[in-house]
Design a protein around this ligand. Structure first.
Ligand code: MG
Length: 328
């Protein structure tokens, strides 16, 4: 496939929200069950008994981060918004209620309420490498890349810190970092470029960054991602070799595999949802990247009908417009 024309920095955010909402009714469903009865459209009810278009924590925490960035990079402010979302005003929810939250994110937010230092709230155990920081990192990536800047050591460290609010293990930090390099390359790509070539550039830069970094502990965290090193081989893996769990490594793999093996936004996110497991987050991450490949509308882009089905669509538009102004 090729990069399409008319892509915008906000398309990844819209792709993320649509992917999240498509996955919500199928969360935790097995691949076998979904093979019998695949998701083919924006549907309601299912796992969390929510109406069609309902988005979850992936979108909520992304929106909270977007709003926070109007104050610049302020970790304290980001965490306060996560706390508000989870515990108090139910801000950033589709219908005034939090129905989905990852355990590691919840514990980090609780640590914050108990007075932990903000960058010490996220767990750093090897078992605490869920996809809860990857799913919400995109606004921070867009922020450090604003004014056509490129990722350097300092900016990658900002991405790591935004991950650390909930997920501090080097594997989680590396997952967010690799994703940032992928987004950087997708944003810079020209229309008509081969998508795999663009993504491979992101992977190469990401691997180079971590392999040559001063932090050996961080460099070692690249090892679990080694299957991504050569995308030409990676995309040939069979579906059985792709896991769609909440483990950050598997989520990034599944998202990229769906993107590399499909030819439109719709096909990509539906494939992600129908892998089963952590459907909403895998589809959110896949949707964010697919949003940058295909843009919005047209024959292969994010379907307008799905966008308009998102809960609180007008309010989401306001949030996205406000964030877009922060980037100028
Ligand atoms: Mg979710």
């Amino acid at each position: 496939m090729m990069m399409t024309k008319n892509r915008n920095r906000m398309d990844g955010l819209w792709g993320l929200m649509v992917g999240d909402a498509l996955g919500v009714p199928a969360e935790f469903k097995s691949r076998n069950k979904l093979r019998e009865n695949p998701v083919t459209d924006m549907t309601g009810f299912g796992t969390h008994y929510q109406e069609a278009g309902t988005w979850s924590d992936d979108t909520s925490m992304t929106l909270a981060t977007m709003d926070s960035l109007k104050h610049g990079i302020d970790y304290e402010n980001m965490m306060k918004r996560f706390k508000e979302w989870l515990l108090y005003n139910k801000t950033y929810t589709p219908h005034g209620k939090v129905f989905d939250v990852g355990m590691v994110c919840r514990r980090a937010i609780m640590n914050y309420t108990h007075g932990f230092e903000v960058l010490k709230c996220g767990e750093d155990g090897e078992r605490s490498n869920g996809n809860g920081s990857l799913m919400r990192i995109l606004p921070a990536v867009l922020y450090v890349l604003k004014d056509e800047q490129t990722l350097d050591e300092e900016k990658v460290e900002v991405i790591h810190n935004v991950s650390r609010l909930t997920h501090s293990h080097p594997i989680s930090l590396t997952g967010c970092g690799l994703y940032a390099f992928l987004v950087d390359e997708l944003l810079k790509a020209d229309a008509g470029e081969d998508v795999r070539t663009v993504l491979q550039r992101g992977i190469d830069r990401g691997f180079f960054h971590y392999e040559n970094g001063s932090d050996k502990y961080q460099a070692a965290a690249l090892w679990p991602y080694r299957r991504l090193e050569k995308l030409e081989d990676f995309e040939k893996l069979e579906e059985d070799e792709i896991q769609s769990t909440g483990y950050v490594v598997k989520t990034l793999e599944a998202a990229l595999w769906c993107l590399l093996t499909t030819k439109s936004f719709k096909e990509c996110v539906l494939k992600a949802v129908n892998l089963g497991g952590d459907t909403d987050t895998v589809a959110a991450v896949a949707g964010s990247l697919a949003g940058y490949v295909y843009g919005r509308g047209g024959s292969t882009g994010i379907p307008e009908a799905w966008l308009r089905q998102l809960s609180r669509y007008e309010w989401l538009e306001e949030r996205v417009e406000a964030f877009e102004r922060v980037l100028y």
